[in-house]
Design a protein around this ligand. Structure first.
Ligand code: ATP
Length: 248
């Protein structure tokens, strides 16, 4: 039987910054419609994986394929290949309204693989804001919104291009428990619609309740992988987070 082509395949990825090996021979696949988490202590290399997928850092070796074809070399070309990303910080344009922020990627490229005229772009952005409960905020300066709403604007901006692979960098960071519960429901809906989600997150309850599979990085290496239950039971993970030596 043929194995389906993964949405994202990372093979033997190594990235170095001068003398620091930030990623060392990292490999994993993300299937279509899968929610996949990358976890690990601070500095483990999680964001560098995202940056490598987006063509923002140079690979020393390894390959990155999206839907069976090499990832494009530039971030702009990624949108046309169905990839979107949120940033660890919000990365919003504070001088713009909510709607203008969500329109930015539509001005750069395509939605669902096709270019949109201005009217259709505004409709798509307005629909996306409505889907995330932000319809009433469209004309407000984004800087005037509370932090959880600004996080959702950043998510709307990533979703407006109708990605097939969504990279979420610490989406729960800075949110309270009610907002995290809402976010988990939103991410489940995104995955249920067939979009693969690769999430970097420190909030463990969120990760464990959401992810189909998890890879754990430490000092740039994969130290564990599997289902949430498998990863939680792995003594190497406890060691990486807590500095506890696994029992012999
Ligand atoms: N552009 C860069 N130049 C030099 N070193 C970098 C650069 N980007 C990342 N690093 C280093 O690479 C390592 C991995 O960083 P990265 O940001 O990927 O970790 P992370 O797992 O995302 O950490 P955190 O959870 O704190 O965000 C760290 O030691 C970091 O200091």
């Amino acid at each position: 039987m043929n194995t389906p082509t993964p949405r994202l395949r990372i093979s033997g990825l190594t990235v170095a910054f001068g003398g620091l090996t930030a990623l060392d021979d990292v490999s994993f696949d993300v299937a279509r419609g899968e929610t996949f988490a990358l976890i690990g202590p601070n500095g483990a290399g999680k964001t560098t994986v995202f940056n490598a997928v987006c063509g923002l850092v140079r690979r020393a070796s390894g390959s990155i394929d999206i839907d069976g074809r090499p990832a494009p070399a530039t971030p702009m070309a990624l949108v046309g290949r169905g990839v979107s990303r949120t940033l660890q910080g919000l990365g919003l344009f504070d001088s713009m309204t909510v709607l203008e922020n969500v329109l930015v990627p539509l001005g750069l490229g395509t939605a669902g693989g096709r270019s949109l005229g201005e009217t259709d772009a505004i409709l798509a952005a307005t629909d996306q804001l409505a889907a995330l409960g932000l319809a009433a905020d469209a004309a407000r300066p984004v800087a005037s919104l509370p932090y959880p709403e600004r996080k959702r604007v950043a998510l709307a901006r990533a979703l407006v291009t109708q990605p097939q692979l969504l990279l979420l960098d610490e989406p729960a960071g800075g949110l309270g428990s009610d907002d995290i519960t809402d976010l988990a429901a939103i991410v489940r809906g995104i995955a249920a619609a067939g979009c693969s989600v690769l999430v970097v997150e420190h909030h463990m309850d969120f990760v464990m309740s959401l992810a189909d599979r998890i890879v754990v990085l430490d000092f740039g290496r994969v130290i564990a992988s599997g289902t949430p239950a498998e990863v939680q039971a792995d003594p190497r993970v406890e060691e990486a987070y807590l500095g506890v030596e696994p029992a012999a």
